[in-house]
Design a protein around this ligand. Structure first.
Ligand code: 13P
Ligand code: SF4
Length: 344
């Protein structure tokens, strides 16, 4: 541990008291997460922002779509600051706003009512487009409830950008594979054939998370050959064949609870970002064996280091807060509020 960065952070937190709140996603490394006041999965973090009315500064340790969501949910005058504003999300980048809009226009040109459901792992412009088309957002924790909602709204759903989360959620709802199609978004949607997609109620954007793509069904087979009693829990951003072979799948908070509730002495293999898995391994050492299915690291989550956090806190009054253009935020908030309303 770098004592000087830790001491700097602790001293600033003591001095600023309740006017400073540090939030962190479960994928942050141990040196950063130890300084957070609040941590959670994407849904919990979004919900918690609304309860922080007394804080002047919210420092958000995660990736940019999360900090943007916090900034849009913050009260007027509250500043959301990102220690690593350049930390994006590879999956979110796979569905840019103008392309999402073009694809939706093409899919609805013949009057078909397609309701978009965007994973929160999208930038604010995409959330705004989704709101304008009557849709909403979801997280890995509430995807089944939100997909059910979206399917009930129109003639079909466009789920974006994570095709794996879309397939895994459809599996949970029992939506047959014959009713799903992964769409071609090349050439601003010009490659799409809306007539050929008419029989499909779930249209899946062809995106995925590079961190969760590294987990395979073969790794689970090997674990089970080595230790038939081992438990396997994975994030639903993993491929459907991985989720199908695991004992359970769910959000980062679900995975934490799953490990906590596993019987003493259990061996648990986890298919998600390695910072979280290593922290769980440390916390349960001597009681349960927690191991990554394979070492998979999110380089964007890693951009917030203890050093970067300390430097951010030292310059807090001078750092530009995270902002979202007013017209984008106005619409994007509608999509986020719909989710918070449907999944209270
Ligand atoms: P959770 O909402 O499960 O925390 O997941 C966020 C994420 O980015 C997973 O890759
Ligand atoms: Fe994005 Fe995947 Fe990193 Fe999550 S783990 S922030 S989905 S790249």
């Amino acid at each position: 541990m770098n004592t000087s960065h830790a001491e700097t952070i602790s001293a600033i937190r003591r001095r600023r008291g309740a006017s400073l709140v540090i939030m962190g996603h479960h994928y942050q490394g141990g040196l950063v997460i130890q300084h957070t006041d609040l941590r959670g999965d994407s849904l919990e973090l979004a919900r918690q922002v609304r309860g922080l009315r007394g804080a002047e500064h919210i420092v958000f340790c995660g990736v940019s779509f999360m900090a943007e969501t916090a900034a849009m949910l913050a009260a007027p005058g509250q500043k959301v600051v990102s220690p690593a504003p350049e930390a994006g999300c590879v999956m979110a980048d796979m569905a840019p706003g103008p392309l999402t809009d073009a694809v939706l226009r093409r899919l609805t040109a013949d009057g078909r009512r397609i309701v978009p459901l965007a994973y929160v792992n999208t930038d604010a412009r995409v959330k705004a487009v989704v709101a304008r088309h009557g849709g909403s957002v979801c997280t890995s924790a509430n995807a089944p409830a939100m997909l059910r909602w979206a399917l009930d709204q129109g003639d079909g759903v466009l789920f974006l950008p994570d095709r794996n989360l879309g397939h895994n959620t459809a599996d949970l709802l029992g939506l047959p594979e014959s009713e799903r199609a992964v769409i071609d978004v090349a050439a601003m949607g010009a490659a799409l054939d809306p007539a050929a997609l008419r029989s499909k109620s779930l249209l899946l954007w062809p995106g995925m998370c590079v961190v969760h793509k590294r987990f395979t069904a073969g790794q689970i087979r090997e674990v089970r050959q080595r230790d038939p009693d081992a438990l396997v829990v994975v994030h639903p951003e993993c491929a459907p064949e991985v989720v199908a072979r695991a004992d359970a799948a769910g959000s980062t908070s679900f995975i934490i609870r799953y490990v906590e509730q596993a019987p003493p002495g259990a061996a648990i293999y986890v298919g998600t970002e390695v910072n979280l898995v290593e922290r769980l391994a440390r916390e349960h050492e001597g009681d349960k064996l927690v191991r990554p299915l394979v070492h998979s690291h999110c380089r964007n989550m890693a951009k917030t280091t203890e050093e970067v956090l300390a430097a951010t806190l030292e310059d807090l009054d001078d750092i530009e807060p995270v902002t979202v253009p007013c017209d984008v935020a106005r619409d994007a908030v509608v999509a986020i509020e719909r989710m918070l309303e449907i999944c209270r």
